[in-house]
Design a protein around this ligand. Structure first.
Ligand SMILES: O=c1[nH]cnc2c(O)c(F)c(-c3ccc(F)cc3)cc12
Ligand SMILES: [Mg+2]
Length: 228
């Protein structure tokens, strides 16, 4: 019947952001979500913390858990050097479809790995995988020929933060120095995840206080360095 929130974001961006200009797409999403309709993008304030961590880490292999409309995917991708790979996992096919169309508008060379028609190999920076993170994480080494991730941005369902982190460890996808950055550790909160990364001798964890996207509510992101 009517439109969905992701569709309304997409239509606003298609109408008001410059084609091929990823920064104008990012700022169009932020202005829509601050002026017209809230949506669960990491947003501009926490987005600046994300940017700083990406620049500091200079990652070659990045994993994002939870694409939604691709806002943080685009924030990360714009800071990666050519040859870097950004894998983003989304289990909601409608969100994934909207994200793909936003990547196209932004001129981001993104590949839908679930569509076999694209040439094999990492021809592009962003690879969007449709499915559940708990099912896909154990397949990443074989399917995508990835060994370890330098940076993981965790921004999907809060109850999955801890089990998926344990899975990344068990699948040997983290190396000493790998950085985990988790959104929403205060709101909605991920208490079991925080307890784990803050008390495990295998991580050095640091909280960056901020605000919930587009609101005056406290939130923050947790940066945790895997020590091997
Ligand atoms: O489910 C989520 N996945 C990923 N990111 C989120 C987020 O950044 C939120 F603010 C929120 C959120 C939703 C409703 C609220 F009242 C507060 C936060 C949810 C998610
Ligand atoms: Mg979030």
């Amino acid at each position: 019947s009517g439109t969905t929130r992701p569709m309304r974001i997409l239509h606003y961006v298609q109408r008001s952001a410059k084609c091929g200009d990823v920064l104008s797409v990012i700022s169009a999403i932020d202005s829509f979500c601050s002026k017209v309709e809230w949506a669960m993008n990491v947003g501009d304030k926490k987005g600046e913390i994300l940017d700083a961590v990406v620049l500091e880490t200079r990652p070659r292999y990045v994993l994002e858990l939870g694409t939604y409309c691709g806002y943080s995917t685009m924030r990360i991708a714009r800071l990666l050097p050519p040859g870097a790979r950004l894998i983003t996992i989304e289990m909601n096919s409608h969100y994934a479809q909207v994200a793909k169309e936003l990547f196209q508008h932004a001129g981001l060379d993104a590949q839908d790995k679930s569509a076999e028609k694209r040439p094999a190999g990492p021809t592009c920076k962003v690879e969007l995988l449709l499915g559940s993170s708990s099912v896909l994480i154990p397949q990443l080494k074989k399917k995508l020929d990835i060994d370890k991730f330098d940076l993981v941005f965790i921004d999907h369902w809060k109850v999955s933060y801890l089990p998926d982190t344990r899975l990344l460890e068990e699948c040997g996808l983290l190396k000493s120095g790998s950085v985990l950055l988790a959104d929403n550790v205060t709101c909605p909160g991920a208490p079991d995840y925080l307890e784990y990364v803050r008390n495990s001798p295998r991580y050095r964890s640091q909280y960056f206080p901020s605000q919930l996207e587009y609101l005056q509510v406290e939130d923050g992101v947790e940066k945790s360095v895997f020590l091997g």
